[in-house]
Design a protein around this ligand. Sequence first.
Ligand code: UDX
Length: 448
Amino acid sequence: MNITVVGTGYVGLVTGACFAEMGNTVTCVDVDSTKIAALEEGIIPIYEPGLEAIVQENQKAGRLRFTHSLEEAMEESALYFIAVGTPPGEDGSADLSHVLDVAAEIGRNLSQDAIVVNKSTVPVGTAAKVQAVITEQLNARGVAFGFDVVSNPEFLKEGAAVEDFMRPDRIIIGVESERARQVMADLYHTFSRNHDKLMFMGVRDAELTKYAANAMLATKISFMNEMANLAERMGVDIENVRKGIGSDSRIGYSFIYPGCGYGGSCFPKDVKALMRMGEEYDFETRILRAVEDRNQAQKHRLFEKLTERFGNDLSGRVIGVWGLAFKPGTDDMREASSIPLINQLTAAGAVVRAYDPVAMEEAPNHFAAELFEQGRIILCDHQYDALADADAMVLVTEWKPFRQPDFNAMKKLLKQPVIIDGRNQYDPYSLKVQGFDYSGIGRDFGDA
Ligand code: UDX
């Protein structure tokens, strides 16, 4: 098939590359000419395992190309994916301006019957808005073509995006016509071979499914974070509780890891956007409010644990931070728990020595420049450098090299053997035996 994908962010690039990998001819479009120029050279703007190889191979094979001209791309195909960003507006609602701009441009250039697929995460009712914008443009031109707007939300995880696209749990497709249903079934049948993963539903149903999935996962995490904080006060080890409840197949083991809060480009944004949608329908989303509140508070837990040990004034203290990305496997720092932690630490007078295996280049974009200039944040070349003369080590992102570190070396480097484990990666009992003052999330046993 001949496919146009508009937007070369995470979702657009992975979608385009993976469709090309399956033998389709794909043109990826982006308004950012610098990005397009880099992509034409096979340089991808994000860190995503496996993606660069797929992009380069398919470019070489002539199945994947990049352009900044949607008009030109549209001449070649009649299947258009919209995969542009929907950043949060000031009130938390998803900003649809990019999506609707693309819709208008499609309307201005449409010259045949077509299918327009929304892959961006968009509020319920957006497909109808896209439909209206395209129709308005066609009317202004005095032309008429048959077109359908389909909702096909993406569920890929950063760091596993290619795998998630190639082997999805399910493929949600919101359609209103038999013609669109047939085209989407043809496009996706190869991803659905082992068992039927295609789930057809109404367009609005598909739009809400995406938000409900992310909100449910965020709810599981916030619930566990709440249990962990409670467990701490009770002297209970949350890790035992996690295993104990995860073994119930109705609950399951996934997304019940307590930690220092969820981040990334989806959960925080989508929970807020869904709350806003609730308001528009005059409905109070009480659970979502609690999920969001708990997450905000959870992002302060690591700082609180440090001030419980060292007092509120951290002047003269040095804190070693392991992990800046919002999770392992990505350089993405959007809504990362490291950001409020480091800002709180520097505001309280501490110097932060930080290390991340891949997010070091990204880090300066997320903190005030003077924090680096004044030496209040020092980016270190190695995980152990970050601990030199530090009063404590804080684990924020559970990258693999942080999981079984050399504790002897750490003890020698640290001024005080304090480990604050924001992702429950270490064994509190063994660290205690080795002479560390250890605190995890929901496993903070003091001197017990
Ligand atoms: C998420 C969804 O998983 C994906 O389906 C959707 O398309 C986009 O949003 P992503 O943001 O890439 O994907 O990351 P994910 O692996 O889901 O983690 C999100 C955050 O939750 C991370 O900050 C992670 O550290 C945190 N998390 C996850 C926990 O704190 N505990 C858990 O048990 C699981």
